[in-house]
Design a protein around this ligand. Structure first.
Ligand code: PBG
Length: 326
């Protein structure tokens, strides 16, 4: 036969040469671990649909944060799970100083100081009795501007509690600009904003709803994006950049790599992607059945997200991955 002009297999022959020429390298420092902290529990509580993930107590989340530091992770994202009786129409437990999320921020900050970037979820869905991400108008829709005012209050309370970043995830219009102004006026010019910029109304958030004991009936399609829309992801991300976001996030990650690649191509700020609960759960469940190799699938999916352009990846497997990547 005529010999091939090039033999690309030459660069695949051994682990050493593959390592040498790898275009994408995932590092623990770019991984961020999402964690849940629940009020009124004495012991960490497993989450059925997220094997290996638990609702933490204030004590156990401190230990988890220490593990994250030891593993060389980049950060930790904190979600609060209130007691059911503490939920109300305006999600007030989400911005009260005594609310579980603010207590968790303070506890983790006391534990890790500045050795790990602490990110607080800035949203009301865990704390409202109707489960929506904001307050409802008379017609039952989520009222944009009234909700944003509460996000500002929540963000300032999170800064007071000691978070490094707030992370607005409710997809209200103008939320980043309002939070930036509110933080600045309160003197928190150094607290950053990791913005859920392009966030889609996804079926892959299912296990998260269990993890936070969500009260939601229905869906979030009137404020989160339609999965059909790619261009709109660019609009949302560019607005958040203009409004002052320090980091832009695309979510979910695995089925939105096109959106992620778009944002990464022009963003002037770092770009994050969130491998959400359902993405993790699918891998975990298939692996439990012996249908796929868990470790390889987690590593491959994370590598793909970085390859598509993410500087930062939020993943429930962050600690595990860091262990393999060291
Ligand atoms: C809203 C929020 C959600 C997730 C992160 N922040 C739920 C939603 O938008 O319905 C989902 C994360 C995941 O599925 O892992 N506070």
């Amino acid at each position: 036969m005529i010999p091939p002009v090039r033999r690309p297999r030459r660069l695949r022959g051994t682990p050493a040469v593959r390592r040498l020429v790898a275009e994408t390298r995932v590092r623990p420092a770019q991984l961020v671990l999402p964690v849940f902290v629940a009020d009124g529990i004495a012991e960490p509580r497993p989450i059925g649909s997220l094997p290996g993930v638990v609702q933490h107590t204030l004590d156990s989340v401190r230990a988890e944060a220490s593990r994250a530091v030891a593993a060389g992770l980049g950060g930790i994202v904190l979600f609060g799970v209130p007691e059911p009786d503490d939920k109300d129409a305006t999600g007030s437990a989400g911005y009260a100083e005594s609310g579980i999320l603010n207590r968790a921020i303070a506890a983790v900050r006391a534990e890790v100081g500045d050795d790990l970037v602490i990110v607080a979820d800035t949203c009301l869905d865990e704390f409202t009795d109707h489960g929506h991400c904001g307050v409802l108008a008379a017609d039952g829709t989520v009222a944009n501007d009234a909700t944003v005012e509460l996000y500002v209050q929540q963000a300032v309370s999170q800064a007071v509690a000691g978070t490094h970043f707030v992370s607005p995830s409710g997809m209200m219009d103008g939320q980043v600009a309002a939070i930036r102004a509110g933080l600045d006026l309160a003197g928190f010019t150094d607290v950053g904003i990791l913005a859920y910029a392009a966030k889609y109304a996804s079926a892959f958030y299912g296990p998260f709803r269990e993890a936070v004991g969500s009260s939601l009936v229905g869906d979030r399609r009137a404020y989160q994006q339609d999965p059909a829309n790619r261009r709109e992801g660019r609009l949302e991300a560019s607005l958040d950049e203009l409004e002052g976001a320090d980091i832009l996030m695309v979510k979910p990650a695995g089925h939105y790599l096109d959106v992620l690649a778009d944002v990464a191509a022009w963003s002037r700020v770092p770009v994050a992607a969130y491998q959400v609960s359902g993405e993790y759960a699918m891998i975990a469940a298939a692996a439990e059945r012996g249908w796929i190799d868990r470790d390889a699938a987690l590593l491959e999916s994370t590598t793909a997200i970085v390859r598509a352009g993410a500087d930062i990846v939020l993943t429930y497997a962050a600690l595990e991955l860091a262990g393999w990547l060291r």
